[in-house]
Write a protein that binds this ligand. Sequence first.
Ligand SMILES: C[S@@+](CC[C@H](N)C(=O)[O-])C[C@H]1O[C@@H](n2cnc3c(N)ncnc32)[C@H](O)[C@@H]1O
Length: 526
Amino acid sequence: MSLPGPTINPYDELPFPSQPLPQSHPDRLAAIGRLFGMQPPPVERCRVLELGCATGGNLIPMAEALDDSRFVGIDYSQAQVLAAQHSAAALKLENLELRCADIGDLGDELGSFDYIICHGVFAWVPPALQDKILSICQRSLTPQGIAYISYNTYPGWHLRSVVREVLSEHALGASAKDRLARGKAVLEFLAAAMEQEQTPYARLMKDDIKLVLAQPDAYVYHEYMEADNNPLYLHEFVERVADFGLGYLGDAAPATMFASNFGPTIERQLMQIANDVVGVEQHLDLLRNRGFRQTLLCRKEVPLTRKLEPERLQSLYLRGYLKTEKLMVNLKSTEPERFNKTQGLGISTPSPPLKAALMHLSQRWPRACSLDELTEAAGRLLGDEGAPRELSHADRVNLGHNLVQCLASGLVDALASPDRFTTALTEKPRASRLARFQAGRMKKVTNCCHELIELDDAARNVLQYLDGQHDRAALVRELTEAVDRGDVSILVEGLPATRGAAVASALENTLDASLKNLARMACLVA
Ligand SMILES: C[S@@+](CC[C@H](N)C(=O)[O-])C[C@H]1O[C@@H](n2cnc3c(N)ncnc32)[C@H](O)[C@@H]1O
């Protein structure tokens, strides 16, 4: 059945809820580049292009945090670019250019870039535009630059294609909103009609439909109902980019690259079946039924070394928060201890230096630390009161190898630059301009780790006033006045308070907790 096309740009009608994507931040891209032997340009002074930047949720926080870097965002949805420009102007960002343009019309005028980001665009545009995206990377990427391109992939999208077909083939209507409403009604009908069915097909479909219906409307429309949706296998994508002088650097989530995460038997068998990095990862995609990829590319001629060597950690900063299973951990014994990141993702280790290093990282969270700092801290934790233990050469070498393993399994993350935030509470705390701006307008804000975080109302109220000019007394005064004006509402003993001493005293009581909360969530720059 052929459908009447939408009359206006669907992204104008249903703007995409764009948000910070930590995995696309140049700090992460550069770290992965360094891990595999590249010398990517310094993040503090780089040029970044985002193709399909929507409302700037990803690019604006980067531009705000990295004053000496330059950012260009391109999107053809006028409504979205206007919203992005409005935020950028309110934040007085002079290092960010947001342009309403069709990617297909771009020439060489943009210049060269050290990092190119294209998230949520490639699989949803026609092949000619895909070629254009790759040719922009080919022409504009600096010699050690890195491009990040995400796309839908197989085998995960085989089943999702059924849901897409249901949504797009049965949803007639002139506007995106009409088509979406009709498509969702068909999905609801199918889920209800299959309610009692227990066949493998019915179970898979019901699960998929449930997942889709739980997503925001704009996401469902653009993910499942755009005219184009062309998933690719990883090997197809890598073959395609080679025609544009580009090569596969790695995945934005490096832990997904290593067969060792499936255990030694599977790793050994896989090494016999697949003969290169892409072949191995393609098989891992089959094992995981992967449906989405975030692929990093570099120039084809850049030499890469995929073997993870501990020396590579020297130029990186590690970050991780792991919980121990026991309340009290004996760091000095060689009794194995388990450290867990999430359920099912953890490590058991008898090694005192590794136990101490992981303990230090967790205590330091959300801050990152260099390998030297980590080694020193491990020595401190393993020493006696006031007398740190000097780690032997063998201990250091083993610690390096163990940390590389933690990185490869996704227990810790690597960044290319030191933290740009503090967890210490100063007399007059300061949050980023962006976080203050967002705190007054929305429930979620972008923290200094380029993550979208949800704050409670008390923390959001305080955040708006953290400009480095207010001590605690001044903060209580400002907030009391804001409550008096009706700009801010607070609860005293569960009831909304309006004015007077009760408000000031309630604010005094909660202020420290809110500040600590904001510091712990990486919202303070000073
Ligand atoms: C699914 S959204 C992803 C937005 C953003 N990158 C993110 O991940 O939040 C796709 C974006 O690409 C933009 N886009 C699609 N085709 C385009 C084209 N030919 N030229 C410019 N922008 C385009 C859309 O307007 C939309 O903002």
